[in-house]
Ligand binder design. Structure first.
Ligand code: UDX
Length: 445
């Protein structure tokens, strides 16, 4: 099939490349000309394992191309996929100006029947508005569908090629059939729904996963006080197939381009229909508070942080990505700087992006994990990059001025701590705490 994908962000680029890999002829469109030039040269603007190889292979096979000429791309394609960004406005609502503009342009440019698909995450009811904008400008018939995207950064290629399910929200049988055909090589689990339910499935899925994370983080906080181990608790809970074991890793809370934005947007969507989504509001609040536990733990070890040197390992919101959007590191480092600490930070690939988005000076960006840790008063691990786990705690202890470690991702095990003098805090595992037990006494039951 011939496809045009509008928007070469995470979702658009990965989807375009993967559809080409399935044998379709794909042209990806973006209005940033410099980006198109780089893409045509085989340069991948995002860090995503496996994407570059796949992209190069499909460009060479003549199945994948990039352009800033929306009209030409739209006219040669049977299916048009809209995957432009819907970033949060200051009030938490999704900014729809990009998608509305693209809808207008598509409407003006189509000259024969097309199936138009929205992959961007948009509030319930927006897809109908987008269809109405296209209709206003189009002189030919078209069909319309919402096909939400569930890919995760870091595993985007495999998530796209092996999805758990494909949701197609459309009122048109013809569009449903075409899109079923397009997606059938990916999975047998293709669900056809109405447009609004498809939009809601995306928000409800992300909100539910965010809820799981905040839930386990609160359980972890209670575990710290009652002397239970959150990993044992999550393991025991997860064996119940109704609960499932994924997304029960306690830590410093979720970040990224989706969960923070989509939870806020769903709260707003509910608000617009006078529904107070109390549970989701608490999920967001718990997530915000969770990151500051790192600071409380540091203070319980070091007292005043003024003048103390704190090493930060990990700036990305999760490993295997250079994305720092809504990463917990922003608020943690801001709080440290506010308290007068000296911050030395290292991330294998996300430091540049972090530096670009962090509007404050005062961080010393380091070239290696060792350089960041050297002579620091404490080390905080904020992203669980594999390479950090490979460094022995004995080695880390040698680098630090004082062996203080806040493990925000429960990366180190009891065995790794043996033979070290670490004062150690992780999340919800009080039995692993070292050297500070007297400062956080368990609550007697
Ligand atoms: C998420 C959804 O998983 C995906 O379906 C959607 O399309 C986009 O949003 P992504 O943001 O790439 O994907 O990352 P994900 O792996 O889901 O992690 C999100 C955040 O939750 C990260 O900050 C991660 O560290 C955190 N997390 C995840 C936890 O703290 N604990 C967990 O158990 C799982």
């Amino acid at each position: 099939m011939k496809l045009a994908v509008i928007g070469t962000g995470y979702v658009g680029l990965v989807s375009g490349v993967c559809f080409a890999e399935l044998g379709n002829e794909v042209i990806c469109v973006d209005n940033v000309k410099a980006k198109i030039e780089r893409l045509n040269n085989g340069e991948v603007p995002i860090y995503e394992p496996g994407l570059k190889e796949l992209m190069t292979r499909n460009i060479e096979a003549g199945r994948l191309a990039f352009t800033s000429d929306l009209a030409a791309a739209v006219n040669r394609s049977e299916i048009i996929i809209i995957a432009v960004g819907t970033p949060s406005l200051p009030n938490g609502e999704a900014n729809l100006s990009f998608i509305e503009k693209v809808a207008e342009e598509i409407g003006q440019e189509i000259h024969d029947y097309k199936v138009i698909v929205v992959k961007s995450t948009v509030p319930v009811g927006t897809n109908e508005k987008v269809a109405a904008i296209i209709e206003q400008h189009a002189s030919v018939p078209f069909d319309f569908a919402s096909v939400p995207e569930f890919l995760r950064e870091g595993t985007a290629v495999s998530d796209t090629l092996k999805p758990d399910r494909i949701i197609i929200g459309t009122e048109s049988e013809k569009a449903a059939q075409t899109l079923q055909e397009l997606h059938s090589p990916l999975t047998e689990r293709i669900i056809i729904t109405d447009v609004r339910s498809a939009e809601m499935i995306k928000y409800a899925s992300n909100a539910f996963l965010a809820t799981k994370i905040s839930f386990i983080n609160e359980i972890a906080n209670i575990c710290e006080k009652v002397g239970a181990n959150v990993e044992e608790v999550a393991g025991g809970m997860g064996l119940d197939h109704r609960i499932g074991s994924s997304f029960l890793r306690a830590g410093i809370g979720y970040g990224g381009s989706c969960f923070p934005k989509d939870t806020q947007a769903l709260i707003q969507i509910a608000g617009h229909v006078n529904y107070d989504f109390k549970l989701l509001k608490s999920v967001v609040e718990v997530n915000r508070d969770q990151r500051f536990n790192v600071i409380h733990k540091l203070e319980s070890i070091l007292g005043e942080l003024e003048g103390k040197t704190i090493a930060i390992w990990g700036l990305a919101f999760k490993p295997e990505t250079d994305d720092v959007r809504d990463a917990p590191a922003f608020e943690i480092i801001s709080a440290l700087l506010d308290k007068g600490a000296v911050v030395k930070a290292y991330d294998p690939i996300a430091a540049h992006n972090f530096n670009q988005s962090f509007c404050r000076s005062g961080i010393v960006y380091c070239e290696s994990a060792e350089e960041a840790a050297l002579h620091a008063d404490a080390l905080c691990l904020l992203t669980e990059w594999k390479q950090f786990k490979q460094i022995s705690l004995q080695e880390i202890q040698k680098w630090l001025r004082s062996p203080n470690l806040i493990d925000g991702r429960n990366m180190y095990s009891e065995e790794q701590l043996v033979g070290t003098d670490f004062v150690y805090y992780s999340v919800g595992r009080p039995s692993l705490n070292r050297g500070v037990r007297e400062q956080i006494p368990l609550v007697s039951l």
